[in-house]
Design a protein around this ligand. Sequence first.
Ligand code: 2RA
Length: 331
Amino acid sequence: MKLAIVGATGLVGTELLKVLAERQFPLTELLPVASAKSVGQLVHFLGKDYPVVSMDDAIAARPDIAIFSAGGSVSKEHAPRFAAVGTTVVDNSSAWRMDPTKKLVVPEINASTLTADDKIIANPNCSTIQMVVALNDLHKAYGLQRIVVSTYQSVTGTGKKAVDQLLEERAGQVASNPAYPYPIDLNVLPHIDVFEENGYTKEEMKMVHETKKIMGDSNIQVTATCVRIPVMGGHSEALNVQFHKEFALNEVRAILHDTAGVELVDEPSQNRYPMPKDSHGRDAVLVGRLRRDETQPCTLNMWVVADNLRKGAATNAVQIAEYLVANKLVG
Ligand code: 2RA
């Protein structure tokens, strides 16, 4: 299995290599791809050093799978070039997510829709992935009607520049190359990605549109407020979820206990609840703070935390690649 990683030197690219190694993905050849200035730079993987190659050389090598994490414009331009030589692309950017001809996949939910004809597959946004993983089985049991979500997103979602800004500010320095228009340390920014005409940010609208597509139900109503906070371990989300059917809390617990990809962390009397420091470096979506919203029927409050670089990006993409290999849809 020949695998290309486009964006191999970024935060998600580095996490992809970690996850591929941890999960012993059956690759026979690795093609790390990064910007022209990085060509020749060595990437260490499973005890071997691999030179970064150019996009053209990677395409010419005709890899079976190319996992992209290099931004939307790179994906728009080069994913079709890989697909044209028979490579199956799994793309972490937003470039293809809402394209009606492309699948938007969270393996626990809709991997079964994939076929060998899918040559460009979109990985959802990190804040969407953890939310739909937590809600998928509850949706099957009670029917999602409306989700009000507030996110508390790690600076790692922005990238290395934002991590550097936080660390410099934390060390009492003025950020040398800030990622944000304001200080992020001891602050929060209700601004992730760009503002749209309707007053929401692109990040907030991704949660609205992607949720409907992944769950296959355009009637699910979602409204979001996405906020950047000075943490590193993962994204946290407060969900207020209205279902069509009434539920019992103990039944909700039982369903979440058995939901693929979810770990229930909910013992407030023991001060046990999900926190980014506990999700960091793990693939589980941690769910806790379950309580009924007494202000309206069929409505549940919950708290969801996951490492946005792992299940929110790298692990979800590798799980898609594993599904493709296991079901002989590539190679
Ligand atoms: C963020 N979800 O957290 C976006 C992109 N990774 O910035």
